[in-house]
Design a protein around this ligand. Structure first.
Ligand SMILES: [Zn+2]
Length: 138
């Protein structure tokens, strides 16, 4: 759904001008309007290209158009929006909580930094900014 400039400016300020998830300051340009519940854009394969691949063409329609409304949108930084993709908020939370373990498992850089005390993993619940922000206002 296309939102007006004014709606977009209001959405950016929904949680104090910060990303609804990580809480970083949103720049004036380059932040994303995240669908909290995915609207799932419809797509189809385009014609096969010379290299054998096919482009994905988005039609502009959604599988769940009821989710493509302003009330279902949160302001998000690009990394949070791209990571969340079509995940629900709770699955997104689980995925973030798994990041340190995943880094330890797959990154020798992380393991080295941890072994030398340069990185310290803190085990704590993942609380999104929109959850903290709301509780501060109440
Ligand atoms: Zn973020």
């Amino acid at each position: 759904m296309a939102i007006t400039k004014k709606q977009r400016a209001e959405l950016r300020m929904k949680f104090g001008g910060r990303c609804a998830y990580c809480g970083c300051q949103l720049p004036e340009k380059g932040w994303h309007a995240d669908h909290v519940e995915a609207a799932l854009r419809k797509w189809e394969f385009g014609e096969r290209q010379a290299n054998g691949t096919r482009k994905i063409i988005y039609s502009g329609d959604h599988w769940r158009p009821e989710n493509d409304v302003l009330e279902n949108m949160f302001p998000a930084c690009a990394p949070c929006n791209l990571f969340k993709a079509t995940l629900t908020v709770e699955v997104f939370r689980e995925q973030i909580a798994a990041q340190a373990d995943r880094a330890r498992l797959y990154s020798v850089n992380f393991r080295t930094a941890e072994r030398f005390g340069l990185v310290e993993v803190i085990v704590k619940p993942v609380i999104f900014w929109f959850e903290q922000y709301q509780s501060e206002v109440i």
